[in-house]
Design a protein around this ligand. Sequence first.
Ligand code: ITT
Length: 195
Amino acid sequence: MPHQLAFATHNIHKLQEVAAKIGDTISLLSLNDLDFHKDIPETGATFKENASIKSHAVAEACQINCFADDSGLEVEALNGEPGVYSARYAGEPADSEANMDKLLQQLKGVANRNARFKTVISLLWNGQEYFFEGVAEGTIRQVRSGAKGFGYDPVFEPAGYHITFAEMTMEEKNAISHRAKAMEKLVAFLQGRAV
Ligand code: ITT
């Protein structure tokens, strides 16, 4: 019997990405598989706190080993904003175009364009909590470029490249993204344990 592990997300893309990496020593369950449909309020002040809130909520309700992730954009000249507010930077409802408009407005005339995407994963494994982090460094463009990806991708140019995340194929982005780096650390940990 493979170990069962839940991923506290409704995002099928994220689930498939991890399932492909984990292999068949672990059977990955989604929140739909667990019939968990409650909204988990992300009230933490950091990505770490929010990831932890999500993993605990699901692990406690379903009595299962579980992990959750939280991500966002931190801009140096804005003291780390939008950070945990990335999804709703321009207010409710969450709107990527409005978020980018606000970000470009805030950075108008600002020379320091340094920014980073960050992902933190909280894993609850046999009663212990483990964290895995992934970071993608880069800069914020003056204007949007590209139509792929999601969120702030059209304005984010990863370090070492001259194109934005939104101009990359999914494979290119997944090779260097914050989320992919954190997920790789999680998968390496699980491969060492779940045999
Ligand atoms: P969950 O249901 O899994 O929580 P979410 O949309 O809240 O999905 P994240 O917590 O991963 O997703 O990210 C929060 C926001 O940060 C997201 O809505 C985007 O605005 C931004 N973001 C995160 N990762 C991104 C990426 O790879 N490219 C562009 N924007 C990203």
